[in-house]
Design a protein around this ligand. Structure first.
Ligand code: AMP
Length: 544
């Protein structure tokens, strides 16, 4: 017998309609790519999103066709997302930090029909456009006065594109499982793979994200997603904030400490989200200027591991609660969040910190387990570590065009490629990407754990640990360090600092100092590049 409840398809445009109707005056503030601060609200965004839909419809874009965006977080980018999905098409976020050849591969693989882009990327678009035969129209997210001079075919300014279009356009009523968004994973090996979100998965994910023990977001929040919309859906904030009517503050192209601090302060931001490197830059700015964070209440930190020292600084120095989160493009992206469960809240602060550095506990809608290589489930004891596998309604069941099928098993589990432990409380700790695990004498060493401790040294800005070949132990850890400007810590001082904090046999065999550590397009340490860089390096212990 079926239930007698209404069939109300979960469609993304219902989010913006709700925001427009019940939170219509709530502000969307952007540091525009052209320069000035721009202010609008949900009512306006919803009207202009309908114009985008109408303009795309007029152009002949059909449901299911892909429309690319190569853009920073701005109000226009937000309008395009809702406008693209509103006419049944699929928004496809391109990451401008990728190499031009990768962008060409991705846009051709997706068969993007239209490309919306920011003026900052005009030269990049001019470079790749001749290699994108499927793109029929380039829409620059600006007005006619700011239209770039770069040689781009079929170019129109966004404001012109939507000018004559109807703001009473009727959204296309596609079914809730219809595709609505596409984002390619950064893919450290092989070609990038497309994750194809549906309306249903995005709406469910926004509901999941908004929960109190996840983002805990409400209409009283002012939210600054520093995490770009092209990085895993801006961690759901472009959906969860309008869903609850939170104020949105969008940083445009300027993600440096000064610019972010200004927005945090002037726009009364209560919640923000970014990868650790962004917060490092903010800390350096705050230390230099002596400024504080008067309104900020909590920050979401993810994308790569958040060190304990960063959590301590935020919480004890600036009075900002840290929510360490883990997820993936394939998971929409949120998987676990490090909010404190009731029995952890009761613990002394030092003990709470032990939980906060973990990657968190799963939200409802994420099933999670760890297995050995033979797919046997491992105990949830905080010690056993193995392959982390997940399944749920906002997790991919395959990649676009059937690639990477080996990551999905017949029971619906997706192998994340991460190695993790899960403790008795359900808190998960990432120990490594499976490709980065260091195997020493048959045992595994967690590079992430050593890195997290090393960055706690007062002279260290960033640290990376890679496995280096060793004649006796197979692999041994090498610690690569970037020092703060003017700081002079030595190899011995850094190793001394680690003593007692990690097992003896985890101690790196050497420390190398570098001016910079390479990062991927989503801000992660690029271990493949480091392994290449240190390819001919020989450990001092290798002769033993
Ligand atoms: P992306 O799809 O670009 O968001 O990358 C997802 C990957 O980033 C995950 O599989 C992890 O390897 C890594 N990652 C994300 N969040 C964290 C975190 N909090 N700690 C450690 N690694 C993380």
């Amino acid at each position: 017998m079926l239930g007698l409840m209404q069939d109300w398809p979960l469609l993304v445009h219902k989010i913006i309609d709700h925001a427009a109707l019940y939170h219509g005056e709530r502000e969307i503030v952007t540091r525009s790519v052209e320069g000035p601060i721009h202010r609008t609200n949900y009512r306006e965004i919803a009207l202009r999103a309908r114009k985008v839909s109408a303009a795309l419809d007029r152009l002949g874009i059909k449901p299911g066709e892909r429309v690319a965006t190569l853009a920073w977080n701005t109000w226009r980018h937000l309008e395009t997302w809702y406008g693209i999905t509103g006419c049944g098409a699929v928004y496809h976020t391109l990451n401008p930090r990728l190499f031009p050849d990768q962008l060409v591969y991705i846009a051709n693989h997706a068969e993007d029909k239209v490309m919306f882009f920011d003026i900052t990327f005009a030269d990049l678009v001019a470079e790749i456009a001749p290699k994108l035969p499927k793109v029929e129209l380039y829409v620059c997210l600006t007005d006619a006065a700011h239209l770039p001079k770069a040689k781009i075919p079929n170019l129109v300014a966004y404001e012109e594109f939507i000018a004559g279009a109807s703001e009473t356009y009727e959204w296309k009523e596609v079914e809730e499982n219809a595709a609505c968004g596409l984002c390619y994973t950064s893919g450290t090996t092989g070609n990038p793979k497309g994750v194809l979100y549906s309306h249903r998965s995005n709406v469910l994910h926004a509901l999941i994200a908004a929960q109190k023990d996840a983002q805990g977001i409400s209409s009283c929040d002012s939210v600054l997603p520093v995490v770009p919309m092209f990085h895993a859906n801006a961690w759901a904030l472009a959906f969860s904030a309008p869903m609850v009517g939170a104020k949105l503050v969008l940083p445009g192209a300027k993600l440096d400490g000064d610019s972010i601090c200004e927005l945090l302060t002037n726009e009364d931001v209560t919640l923000s989200g970014a990868v650790p490197t962004v917060w490092l830059a903010l800390f350096q700015y705050l230390e230099k200027t002596g400024k504080t964070l008067p309104h900020l209440n909590r920050v979401l930190i993810g994308g790569s591991a958040c060190p304990r020292s960063m959590i301590e600084s935020f919480e004890t120095k600036y009075g900002v609660q840290v929510i360490h989160a883990w997820g993936m493009t394939e998971m929409s992206p949120l998987g676990t969040l490090g909010t404190l469960k009731h029995n952890v809240v009761a613990m002394p602060y030092e003990k709470q910190l032990d939980y906060k550095v973990k990657q968190g506990h799963p939200v409802f809608g994420v099933e999670m387990k760890i297995t050995d290589d033979e797919n046997n489930e491992l105990p949830r004891d905080g010690k056993a570590f193995g392959r982390l596998k997940v399944r749920g309604p906002s997790i991919a069941k395959g990649y676009f065009r059937g690639e990477g099928a080996d990551a999905f098993d017949s029971e619906g589990w997706f192998d994340t490629g991460d190695v993790a432990t899960i403790d008795a409380e359900g808190y998960m700790t990432i120990t490594d990407r499976s490709k980065d695990v260091i195997k020493s004498g048959g045992e595994w060493i967690s590079s992430i754990e050593i890195e997290n401790i090393a960055v706690g040294h007062p002279d260290v800005v960033e640290a990376a640990v890679i496995g280096v070949r060793h004649p006796k132990w197979d692999e041994r850890p090498l610690l690569i360090v970037v020092l703060k400007p003017g700081k002079t810590a030595t190899r011995e001082q850094i190793l001394d600092y680690l003593k007692g904090k990690i097992a003896k046999w985890w101690m790196p065999d050497d420390v190398q100092f570098v001016a910079e550590i390479p990062h991927t397009a989503t801000g992660k340490i690029q271990k493949t590049a480091l392994r290449e860089q240190f390819g001919s390096y020989r450990l001092p212990t290798a002769a033993e």
